[in-house]
Design a protein around this ligand. Structure first.
Ligand SMILES: [Zn+2]
Length: 300
């Protein structure tokens, strides 16, 4: 892009320009399968973004208070989540910023030992769209290497921190040879990412803010951000999203954070939600990797 084009206002853009922007990392063919394993009627993919201390670190905030909120995710959140998943026999995917995985290596290995998947989630929860040129590639590769070193297995999937997807993210994902991404939102169900009209072979497992605990429960002392939604209302929203997925035979993908969902008043909503899903019929609980692998195979 030359300098003159950069200075153009959106209403001055050529058709080629706006078509080019829209064509990046775009939703391609649907990968919603006709059937699910074990005769299930829908798929459930639970994910936990184990950010822990990396949110204040990313913000250059050295306050022990904010860092302690992150540590809560490791001290109370993850243990409660692991007990809950073990009791229900549900596999899940844990996305770790590399710095969080380095701070809590034993936790990561414990999670892997219980059959859960570990996915890439940035280096220190940096925002991809605000990085200098080249940094995103270097940090994402370093994150993948770090997780591999800790777990003994190379991760096959990524969720960008804050779902912040830059114009370069897809190239980094392709270069890493990943199976799937879980940051883009063009559908309810899995799809293949296209780039400039060309299929990439990368499976997108779409998240959504609607199905994210942080949206409803986050709180910042020095801003107007407060958790106004009670856990019962969040449970109602998540249930309605699941019920819709069940009715359509699709995917219910839920994003949670140990330091947010892991509190006493909230973990019980996840417990009841899993009970509801199990009671609703035949549900396939899968890691993101299992889900992406199935959808890609069925579409082949
Ligand atoms: Zn995160």
């Amino acid at each position: 892009m030359n300098e003159a084009m950069q200075g153009e206002k959106p209403w001055e853009w050529s058709e080629a320009r706006w078509r080019g922007i829209v064509g990046r990392a775009r939703g391609g063919r649907s990968l919603a399968p006709r059937v699910w394993p074990e005769g299930a009627q829908c798929a459930v993919a639970l994910s936990f973004d184990a950010d822990h201390e990396t949110i204040p670190l990313r913000d250059n905030d050295e306050s022990p208070m904010r860092i302690s909120q992150g540590q809560y995710g490791a001290r109370q959140g993850v243990p409660r989540i692991r007990r809950l998943l073990a009791r229900h026999g549900c596999p899940a995917t844990f996305f770790y910023p590399a710095v969080s995985a380095l701070l809590h290596s034993e936790e990561v290995r414990g999670v892997v030992g219980e059959g859960h998947e570990i996915g890439i989630h940035s280096w220190i929860h940096e925002n991809n769209t605000s990085l200098p040129p080249g940094a995103e590639r270097e940090l994402t590769f370093r994150a993948a290497d770090t997780l591999e070193k800790i777990t003994g297995r190379r991760p096959v999937g990524i969720r960008t921190a804050s779902w912040d997807f830059s114009a370069d993210t897809l190239d980094v994902i392709r270069e890493l040879g990943l199976l799937y991404d879980s940051s883009l939102m063009a559908d309810d169900d899995p799809y293949e990412i296209e780039d400039g009209g060309q299929p990439t072979g990368i499976v997108e497992l779409p998240p959504e803010w609607i199905r994210d605990d942080a949206v409803y429960f986050n709180m910042l002392r020095f801003s107007g951000l407060r958790p106004y939604t009670p856990p019962s209302a969040v449970e109602e929203i998540f249930r309605a999203e699941f019920d819709g997925a069940l009715a359509e035979g699709g995917v219910f993908l839920l994003t949670m954070h140990p330091h947010i969902i892991g509190h006493r008043s909230r973990i019980v909503l996840l417990d009841r939600l899993i009970e509801h899903m199990k009671a609703s019929g035949k549900v396939w609980f899968a890691t993101h990797e299992q889900l992406a692998t199935w959808c890609k195979q069925q579409a082949a």
